[in-house]
Ligand binder design. Structure first.
Ligand SMILES: NC(=O)C1=CN([C@@H]2O[C@H](COP(=O)(O)OP(=O)(O)OC[C@H]3O[C@@H](n4cnc5c(N)ncnc54)[C@H](OP(=O)(O)O)[C@@H]3O)[C@@H](O)[C@H]2O)C=CC1
Ligand SMILES: Nc1nc(=O)c2c([nH]1)NC[C@@H]1CN(c3ccc(C(=O)N[C@@H](CCC(=O)O)C(=O)O)cc3)C=[N+]21
Length: 283
């Protein structure tokens, strides 16, 4: 089999276009603030792409850049100001944070109604209990792509490789909510290759370039590659060995151009959703 390539860039463009059309009909601009502490290079591309996409879709968006030596107290004070600012609908604090700042303390300080990353324990709890809340952008984008690929999810065997708070766990929750039979694999899993091979839907989010080899892929599986790994050459690689996997899968996402652009589109989707929930449809 030669896999169909799932074009995340195109799907994200369509989603952003639909958001722009909805925003054009509003009496206000949904406000998004991204807070960046220091200049972790991995965050650079993301922040730049997001700024461009947000402005083009009609959001009132800004990135607040703080120095690397910012204290936790100063960052918490900024979050409190953004929580209180009625023009701000969405707050995203770019991760990772420098070591002097506790990530959990900052996430917990964000108003759950403005937590467009969906990382606050309230939103994680709402997702786990199947109640409406803000859903983490990357897993949400993966679900869009699975639907786009025509995956039939109900009853399907899904394997999520990785159990992080921001990708693996919420991904597993969304697949479960869509009636998949979900396995969560991680660094302590015995015989990862065998677990993956059973998957009809495989989502890889480990952060190890091309760890998933072609013979880990079941014939006809749908493969979503979340990994974004910078190689020494400067090129980006996913967590899946793309060419090998494409020889066996029915459909697969590329890196770049797969999940990454969807994360940004879903961040904008969450910001619009948060704005409408806070302000009501008329604004
Ligand atoms: N496309 C996008 O928009 C985004 C992409 N990413 C990318 O996705 C990838 C994962 O990110 P994230 O979830 O934050 O990463 P984390 O490092 O937080 O989590 C990685 C997970 O993979 C597991 N893991 C690590 N090594 C192995 C191994 N050798 N075998 C099996 N499991 C392993 C870990 O297991 P354990 O829990 O046992 O340690 C952990 O659960 C990265 O490449 C990141 O850059 C991340 C966010 C957004
Ligand atoms: N609070 C927080 N929320 C996040 O969602 C978050 C974060 N912190 N920290 C960093 C990671 C990483 N991440 C990316 C999203 C999109 C691309 C992306 O658009 N990638 C493009 C282009 C990549 C390139 O050209 O370098 C692609 O894959 O095609 C990349 C990386 C969000 N993250």
């Amino acid at each position: 089999m030669t896999a169909r390539i799932i074009d995340g860039k195109a799907v994200a463009e369509r989603l952003r276009g639909a958001l722009a059309a909805r925003i054009a009909g509003l009496s206000f601009q949904p406000g998004l603030r991204v807070v960046r502490v220091g200049d972790d290079p991995a965050s650079g591309v993301y922040v730049r792409n997001k700024d461009r996409a947000a402005a083009a879709a009609g959001f009132d968006s800004a990135t607040l850049q703080l120095p690397a030596e910012t204290t936790e107290a100063d960052l918490l004070a900024l979050v409190a100001r953004l929580n209180a600012d009625p023009a701000v609908d969405g707050i995203l604090v770019q991760l990772p944070l420098p070591p002097q700042i506790r990530q959990e303390a900052v996430i917990a300080a964000i108003d759950p109604a403005k937590d467009v990353d969906g990382f606050h324990p309230v939103n994680a709890g709402l997702l786990a209990t199947q109640q409406p809340g803000l859903v983490p952008c990357t897993p949400k984008g993966c679900m869009h792509l699975l639907r786009e690929a025509g995956a039939s999810l109900s009853g399907a065997r899904a394997v999520v490789l990785g159990r992080s708070q921001i990708v693996g766990r919420p991904m597993a929750q969304l697949l479960l909510a869509a009636d998949c039979t979900v396995t969560i694999a991680h660094s302590r899993t015995r015989d990862l290759a065998a677990e993956c091979r059973r998957a009809e839907i495989l989502v890889a989010a480990v952060g190890r370039p091309e760890m998933v080899r072609g013979d880990w892929i079941g014939e006809g599986a749908i493969v979503i590659d979340v990994g974004i790994n910078r190689l020494p050459s400067g090129k980006l690689a996913g967590d899946v060995a793309f060419a090998e996997a494409a020889a066996r899968a029915a459909a697969i996402t590329p890196v770049p151009g797969g999940v990454g652009p969807m994360t940004i589109a879903c961040l904008l989707e969450n910001t619009l959703e948060a704005a409408l929930r806070r302000r009501g449809p008329a604004g």
